[in-house]
Design a protein around this ligand. Structure first.
Ligand code: AMP
Length: 397
């Protein structure tokens, strides 16, 4: 059965088509600069990658082009072959603890939740609506970034602010990157070969979050009400003292919106290093002994170590494994080494040779044989998670 996995943003749309249940990727690609000039799309098929310019007025046009490409490349003979489409939806609030088949009520709820994710939910819905129009007979499934974290208990997700803020306005921790944390924690349980396992998942990319997962359920996660909380990220500040906001607003005459943009887009590694949000650029500067790049790197490692150590202690050290994933976690062995070295007092030990060899999509163990806790690298795959949920739910229809 053919299933599409879709991740629609305001100006981009990424897709992968799977043959399920084999999980074979048949074709994948992305549309970029939707609604802007110089729009284009790329498609990977049969080992080839093509890029084409096109006028991408809106998401509907992208879906049109996508379907034509599927037909022209003979991935499908007719539209009826696409039985189900799974969509990544950023915010499911506390309404959804798992993926759901989309109907009118679900669309309305996702719209209502847009106040919590104004940049993401409306863009995700543009993708949903475009596919519903073009292939109305296919089952459409919503897969929420927040759903996996809904197992957190009140004493984890509440902030110490007036309770009324939570009750009336939904101010609480939600957590994000849920499809990735779920994928990696499931894979980690397979690797440690235990039905019931306690694991820590470090999703460290341009955005980053760390989760504590017990028996397949999220206990706690570092992102919060928004994705801006937790560890230091490419351009997001992570945890800071909130009082900085009124202080700097007054000092610099900045509006709340301006500060919000700075904390999201000009902070993190970019803000501290004054070089780049991309770790590859910072690494180049570290090689040249740039002091600010080195300092930013330490700050970043500290924030990761703090969360791992906190979760380790909270479970009395009963952790079966930890995993690194996403752009930095999968590809930057020196970051993994620095983090694990800093945790040596807890019995963590890296195997330098193995660690250096595992990157660019490889999965494997990077800890030493005498490490108290095994440390793995597991390349994340949010798309296949969407395809799995979509396949499962469309077969229940
Ligand atoms: P993601 O958000 O998971 O796609 O991760 C993207 C980030 O991963 C980039 O912004 C880089 O900072 C980082 N990254 C990707 N490749 C490498 C690499 N080879 N070495 C260091 N960092 C990398």
């Amino acid at each position: 059965m053919k299933v599409l996995s879709i991740n629609a943003g305001s100006s981009s749309l990424k897709f992968q088509m799977y043959e399920m249940p084999e999980e074979e990727v048949l074709i994948s690609g992305r549309f970029e600069r939707i609604g802007l000039d110089k729009a284009f799309y790329t498609i990977k098929y049969n080992g080839d990658k093509i890029q084409k310019e096109a006028e991408l007025k809106n998401h509907g046009v992208c879906v049109e082009i996508l379907i034509n490409e599927l037909l022209e490349n003979k991935v499908i003979e007719s539209l009826d072959e696409i039985k189900a489409v799974g969509h990544r939806i950023v915010h499911g609030g506390d309404k959804y603890s798992e993926s759901v088949v989309i109907d009118k009520d679900v669309i309305k709820t996702i719209e209502d939740l847009s106040s919590l994710a104004p940049l993401h939910n409306p863009a995700n819905l543009m993708g949903v609506k475009a596919f519903m129009k073009k292939i109305p007979n296919a089952v459409q499934v919503a897969c929420f970034d927040t759903a996996f974290h809904q197992t957190m208990k009140e004493d984890r997700y509440l902030y110490a602010v007036p309770y009324d803020w939570y009750k009336k306005d939904g101010v609480r921790k939600y957590g994000f990157h849920g499809m990735s944390h779920r994928y990696v924690s499931e894979r980690l349980s397979e690797l440690v070969d235990k039905d019931y396992s306690n694991v820590i998942v470090c999703h460290i990319g341009n955005g980053g979050s760390i989760s504590l997962v017990r028996d397949g359920k999220c206990v706690d996660t570092s992102m919060g009400f928004t994705p801006n909380a937790g560890i230091i990220m490419g351009s997001r500040c992570g945890d800071i003292d909130y009082s900085i906001i009124p202080y700097i607003a007054k000092k610099r005459g900045l509006s709340l919106e301006e500060i919000d943009t700075i904390l999201n887009k000009e902070s993190g590694m970019l803000g501290t290093s004054e070089i780049s949000s991309d770790f590859r650029d910072i690494d180049e500067e570290i090689a040249k002994k740039n002091k600010q790049a080195i300092m930013a790197h330490y700050l970043f490692v500290n924030s990761i170590v703090n969360y791992i150590a906190r979760y380790y202690v909270e479970l009395n050290g009963r952790i079966d494994a930890i995993a690194f994933t996403a752009g930095v976690g999968e590809n930057a062995p020196h970051v993994r080494r620095m983090v694990i070295d800093r945790l040596s007092c807890l019995g963590f030990k890296i195997d330098r040779e193995k660690n250096d060899a595992i990157r660019f999509g490889k999965e494997g163990l990077v800890s030493a044989v005498d490490s108290k806790i095994p440390v793995y690298v597991i390349p994340t795959d949010e798309e296949v998670m969407i395809a799995r949920d979509t396949y499962r739910l469309s077969n229940c229809e």
